[in-house]
Every structure is written in structure tokens, then in C-alpha cells.
Design a protein around this ligand. Structure first.
Ligand code: Y12
Ligand code: CO
Length: 180
């Protein structure tokens, strides 16, 4: 089922998500819904809190060279812990919870992450490039953080101004439709 995505500044996005303890059908349905929602909204990563569920679960499905996102490449990541990180890299990030806003963010270039899969099996991955960025972006969601918090004060101020303007415009458009 496609679920609604929680959008900034919804305070649920600030919640620290709780560890997953039951690797049961409920978790599997949650992961399936997250996948459907992410694909429907053209995302490449999604944390459970983005559909309002405060559990430490996230998915990542990066596009291949042709821009396809085969489900075989889907990563389901439960209770992740970053064991090590190295280097630094700047990527232009976007987030389904902050639609239509993209900006450069600096993160570690390489990460080693321990996590569980949907059956509770322990895994360890060492990765760099876009996947390392995606892991860090999504794990931040589990701790109640968004990529816009990593912007400089000046950029953040500009973002908040733009966001307010956009909210006003959407409200205006909705009001006009309501009058008709
Ligand atoms: C690198 C950087 C960030 C991530 C986290 C995952 N981010 C996303 O999945 C962002 C998706 C996104 C999709 C949007 O929709 C379209 O482009 C059609 C979008 O724009 C709108 O909502 C209009 C914004 C963000 C992983 C790796
Ligand atoms: Co995000």
C-alpha cells in the first residue's frame, strides 16, 4: 500500500526511532509499503519515520546506469549502526520529506555499517560513493535529523524563507480552488 509521506516541518521527523524487536509479518508489510511508497514518489531511499512509523528501518534502492531501480538491488536495513567512517565527500542531496529542494551536503566518503535484514539476520556492509551517502542520509532520519540541518546558517535561512513563501503560495492556490 502506498502511504503518505511526512513532510517538513512535521515534528514527527524530529523523533528518534525505536529499535525493531519483532521480525514478523508486521515488519514485512511495513517494508513492502515503504518500497511501494518510495517507488511511487520517485525516491531512492526512505526511512520508516517518513511514513510516520518511528522504527529503525530504512530502505535504499539506487538506480543503475540506465536509471532503472531493479527490486533485486533493494536494500532493507533494520537497526543499522555505523561502525566506522572515513574521508569526506560532497553530494547534492534531496529528500522526499523536503520535496523540490536539493543542496550540497558534506558527509563521510566511506562507511562500514552493521544492520539486520527483514528476518533479523546480521549483515555488515562497507561502501562508498552514493550508497555511503544514502546510508548516512537515511540513518540521520532514524535519529530525527534532516539533511537541511547540515546546511550553513546562511543557506538554512534562505531555505526557510523559500519554504515559507512556497507554503503561502500553496495555501493561496488551495483557497482559490475552494472558492470555485
Ligand atoms: C543521495 C542523496 C539523498 C538520498 C536520500 C533519498 N532521497 C530521495 O529519495 C529523494 C527523492 C526525491 C524525489 C523527488 O521527486 C522527483 O524527483 C519526481 C523530489 O522532488 C519532488 O518531490 C518534486 C525530491 C526528492 C540518497 C542518496
Ligand atoms: Co530523506
Amino acid at each position: 500500500m502506498i502511504r503518505e509521506v511526512v513532510v517538513y516541518p512535521d515534528k514527527r521527523l524530529k523523533e528518534v526511532s525505536k529499535p525493531v524487536e519483532s521480525f514478523d509479518e508486521n515488519l514485512h508489510t511495513l517494508l513492502d509499503d515503504m518500497y511501494e511508497t518510495m517507488i511511487a514518489k520517485n525516491g531512492i531511499g526512505l526511512a520508516a519515520i517518513q511514513i510516520g512509523v518511528p522504527l529503525r528501518a530504512l530502505i535504499i534502492n539506487l538506480p543503475d546506469e540506465e536509471g532503472n531501480q531493479p527490486k533485486e538491488a533493494l536494500l532493507e536495513v533494520i537497526n543499522p549502526v555505523i561502525l566506522e567512517k572515513r574521508g569526506s565527500a560532497v553530494y547534492t542531496e534531496g529528500c522526499l520529506s523536503v520535496p523540490e529542494y536539493y543542496d550540497d551536503v558534506e558527509r563521510a566518503e566511506w562507511v562500514k555499517v552493521e544492520f539486520q535484514d527483514r528476518y533479523g539476520e546480521k549483515k555488515v556492509i562497507e561502501t562508498d560513493g552514493l550508497l555511503a551517502i544514502a546510508f548516512q542520509h537515511e540513518i540521520d532520519h532514524l535519529n530525527g535529523h534532516l539533511f537541511i540541518e547540515k546546511l550553513s546558517i546562511l543557506k538554512r535561512k534562505k531555505f526557510e524563507k523559500e519554504w515559507k513563501k512556497r507554503k503561502k503560495a500553496t495555501k493561496g492556490a488551495k483557497g482559490a480552488r475552494g472558492k470555485g
